[in-house]
Design a protein around this ligand. Structure first.
Ligand SMILES: Nc1nc2c(ncn2[C@@H]2O[C@H](COP(=O)(O)OP(=O)(O)OP(=O)(O)O)[C@@H](O)[C@H]2O)c(=O)[nH]1
Ligand SMILES: [Mg+2]
Length: 384
């Protein structure tokens, strides 16, 4: 329902209403928003085993992800959680893993996922740092899961049985992860040490608790981050509708073609330009309200808007000049009323004005999307 309200408000140029329609909603409102969780990490780090553990399955169970000692996962596969509504775990191939000589991970568009769980089996490495940077670059969140904790402890026990202290070893592993993550600029990184075969031990229960606590916030963030993709088709529909109205306005502006002064139609064209902007909700007052709603200044929102391209302004100016030359040339040559000059000039003017007004609408459409994205991204970044 609110999605329909959001779309209607966008279409009607009420950008602040559109944004407040989602920003002001309580967290519970987002309880059914799909959350796509990508499980990423180096090859063989235990991603598929972790997905199974999250689903309450064991390797080999029906519906479980395939696991193995060799490179196993070569495709992206979805695993909807059986009890968490619309929570989908995505088992991904390992970063850097090659399948038939192809880097399969590099081809995956990570932006389609809402949240990430990085699974690392060894100490914090460049591969993890790269993933952290990529995820943070998309303004998305992640947990860092260190798998194989059972094996780490076993190895330590075997190496130095007399000195063995489980708590100290776990702390050291966790510190290493925290340090690596902080180096990459992660604030308040969430690190969990787990064994996918012993889901009652180590941080596995803590991880579940954390995820359940964060779930609504993550769903809200996913919803906000996906809004620009919802507003785009609405704005494109509006653009098509506006372009139909533009012909009538071009016709009015055409009247100015009768006056052979280059640039005179600039003033009415400017009026149409601001009509377009107001229609899309990009007027000063509208932007001020939107900026206030998302805690930004109107100037920051305006800064993301793009002006009309230089080439279109230049072509329009050039057409203006040509039509003036045509009238004056006709008048000087025939020494009487320049009928043909007016007709030709009118034709040039109608065409150039029509093209220019179309550019106004396209420019306003693009800028509305830019402003909305900036406003909603800012709110999405703030959340969780
Ligand atoms: N002991 C122990 N073994 C694990 C754990 N997690 C994974 N393994 C084992 O590690 C190996 C690799 O596990 P997978 O889950 O297939 O790893 P993956 O990251 O999905 O591998 P790719 O898909 O090939 O990148 C398997 O033999 C698992 O049984 C863990 O927490 N503890
Ligand atoms: Mg796998």
């Amino acid at each position: 329902m609110a999605m329909e309200d959001f779309k209607a408000a966008i279409y009607e140029g009420r950008v602040t209403d559109a944004a407040s329609n989602v920003i002001g909603k309580p967290l519970q409102y987002f309880s059914e928003v799909p959350l796509n969780i990508a499980v990423v990490g180096e090859p063989g780090s235990g991603k598929s085993s972790f997905v199974n553990a999250m689903l309450g399955l064991r390797a080999g169970d029906p519906g479980a992800a395939e696991t193995g000692i060799q490179t196993t996962t070569v495709d992206v596969k979805a695993f909807p959680h059986p009890h968490l509504l619309n929570v989908i775990f995505w088992d991904l191939p390992g970063k850097g893993a090659a399948s038939f000589g192809e880097d399969v991970f590099a081809k995956i568009n990570l932006n389609r996922f809402d949240f990430f769980i990085i699974v690392g089996a060894q100490r914090f490495r460049t591969i993890h740092a790269d993933l952290v940077n990529e995820i943070q670059g998309m303004s998305k969140k992640f947990y860092f899961v260190r798998s194989n904790t059972d094996l780490d402890l076993e190895a330590s026990k075997r190496q130095r049985p007399s000195d063995y202290n489980e708590e100290r070893i776990l702390l050291r592993i966790k510190d290493d992860c925290h340090e690596g993550l902080r180096r990459e600029g992660a604030t308040n990184p969430q690190v969990f040490l787990v064994s996918s075969y012993e889901t009652k031990r180590f941080d596995f229960p803590l991880l579940w608790e954390r995820l359940k606590n964060d779930l609504l916030g993550l769903r809200r963030k996913a919803f906000l981050l996906n809004l620009p993709s919802i507003s785009l088709p609405v704005l494109n529909n509006k653009k098509t509708a506006m372009k139909k109205q533009i012909l009538i306005r071009a016709f009015w502006l055409w009247i100015f073609a009768a006056i052979p002064i280059p640039g005179l139609s600039y003033f009415p064209a400017r009026k149409v330009h601001s009509w377009c902007y107001h229609n899309f909700g990009l007027g000063d007052l509208s932007l001020r309200d939107l900026a206030q709603l998302v805690g930004k200044t109107a100037a920051t929102l305006k800064a993301v808007m793009k002006p009309l391209s230089f080439i279109s302004v230049f072509l329009w100016g050039f057409a203006e000049l040509v039509r003036a030359v045509v009238i004056i040339g006709d008048y000087t040559y025939f020494q009487h009323f320049p009928l043909y000059g007016y007709l030709l000039s009118g034709g040039i003017s109608l065409l150039s004005t029509y093209v220019m007004l179309n550019k106004f609408v396209s420019n306003a459409t693009d800028n509305t999307q830019r402003v909305l994205t900036e406003a909603l991204m800012c709110e999405a970044k703030k959340s969780i």
